[in-house]
Design a protein around this ligand. Structure first.
Ligand code: C5P
Length: 426
């Protein structure tokens, strides 16, 4: 794995119509054009009138190598490639950045400028990468418009959270160009995990103290559920062993609900012989009470001592199996993220580990995340993005590594057999 390598995405020669709406993030769309072309896409750009106040059509013309359109009423442009032809040409429409205003107009079916007209006139699937002030993103009107568009099958990519051009902090940043490409590649590219069985563990475990109390943790399960979804999107047959969480099961995924670490171990071990890849994103409780009281414990005015026993390490047990799948662990750390994660990778004998910072509002129980992906021979940072975007990138890396390893081990016995034949012929 290359140090800090760029996200790869292969879009074949996908015909992308890139719409740019008016917002300060419009300047980032210029980089997106380059990255889309690097990924093999043919790109034509349409700017809204407001976008053209932030960046010039000439910038996009130079980067896309194609004329750029800004309005419906340009006779010369209409004579060259009319807007209906442009709508038919597109195999994917991407709007990045998508402003609150544009999202509202799309949700209500407006066709009052070239970009909104193209969206209505085209049969191509539409993806939006929103970018706006965090209050505007959080506003009930914007959220209702986004929900309407999602229900119509529009792919909403991001937004990411972080510091904003307006000086505020929160969700509303445009996704990085690489992340947008990875998302599009997941939607259009070849499926990387067809014929592969993937087992994912997700969520917390609950360790009962008595019939009403338990020891748990803050894991929401969102990352693991997103990983399961991303693996299913890549054509894998996916089993998801889920701790106690209230999340919908991703389409096409077989879910097995468990409660304690020991339940999780049993469910995982049952499924392991049929799995090619094990991705352990669950926050497994390290300890459980020695004894579970059969009746609710009563306070008695003095201190209460709870004795704990260590839980089995499911991930290490899977990695220690003689016939083991490709094994991916997670490391949630509050500090020294890389150091601790690398130590875990070595100690638990993992193929990959996805490390992230938790605590202080990061990692657990949040909608976005960033990952440092470590292997024995390198590291790669996956930039902050919402958990599904990140999961799609992570699954792509896992698939690439797993495929390389599987084809290397297929070649190895053939080499051995050839060497054996040569020896006996001598
Ligand atoms: O050692 P630590 O708990 O930080 O390791 C985290 C990784 O190990 C995660 O992938 C988690 O799912 C897995 N794990 C496990 N069983 C445990 C503890 C952690 O599978 N008892």
């Amino acid at each position: 794995m290359a140090e800090q390598s760029q996200a790869q995405g292969n879009l074949g020669s996908l015909r992308v119509l890139l719409g740019v709406s008016g917002g300060i993030a419009a300047y980032k769309a210029a980089e997106l054009v380059r990255r889309l072309r690097d990924a093999g896409a043919e790109v034509r750009v349409v700017l809204t009138e407001n976008a053209a106040r932030f960046v010039t059509p000439l910038t996009f013309q130079a980067l896309s190598g194609q004329p750029v359109r800004t309005g419906l009423w340009d006779e010369a442009a209409e004579a060259a490639m009319g807007h209906i032809e442009l709508a038919r040409w597109a195999r994917r429409i991407v709007i990045a950045p998508a402003s609150a205003d544009l999202i509202a107009r799309l949700a209500h079916g407006f066709a009052d400028d070239l970009l909104t007209t193209l969206c209505l006139a085209s049969a191509a699937p539409l993806a939006l990468a929103p970018a706006m002030n965090q209050q505007m993103w959080a506003h009930a009107a914007t959220q209702a418009n986004v929900a309407t568009l999602r229900a119509r099958g529009v792919d909403v990519l991001g937004p990411a959270a972080g510091s904003q051009a307006c000086g505020e902090f929160g969700a509303g940043r445009l996704l990085e160009a690489d992340t947008i490409i990875a998302e599009l590649a997941a939607l259009h590219g070849p499926k990387l995990l067809v014929g592969t069985s993937v087992l994912v563990s997700a969520g917390p475990t609950f360790e009962d103290i008595d019939p009403v109390r338990f020891i748990g943790n803050r894991s929401s399960g969102r990352m693991g559920f997103a990983v399961a979804q991303a693996a299913a999107e890549q054509g894998a047959s996916v089993h998801l062993v889920a701790g106690p969480v209230h999340l919908p099961t991703p389409a096409g995924v077989v879910r097995i609900d468990v409660r304690s670490a020991r339940d999780m171990r049993e469910a995982v071990m049952l499924q392991i012989p049929q799995s090619n890849i094990y991705i352990s994103s669950a926050a497994v409780g390290d300890f459980r009470p020695n004894d579970v009281a059969t009746h609710k414990l009563k306070k008695n005015g003095s201190e209460f001592v709870l004795t704990l026993t260590e839980n089995p390490d499911i991930l290490a047990a899977v990695a220690a199996l003689k016939k083991r799948p490709f094994v991916v662990g997670f490391a949630a750390e509050t500090h020294n993220v890389e150091g601790y994660a690398r130590a875990k990778l070595e100690r638990k004998k993992l193929d990959l580990i996805a490390a992230n910072r938790v605590g202080n509002g990061e990692g657990f129980d949040t909608c976005d995340n960033e990952i440092l992906l470590l292997s024995r021979d390198g590291s790669e940072r996956l930039a902050r993005a919402d958990k599904l975007a990140l999961a799609r990138q992570l699954v792509t890396r896992i698939a690439e590594r797993y495929t390389a390893q599987a084809s290397a081990s297929k070649r190895a016995p053939a080499r051995k057999a050839r060497a054996g034949k040569e020896r006996s012929a001598r």
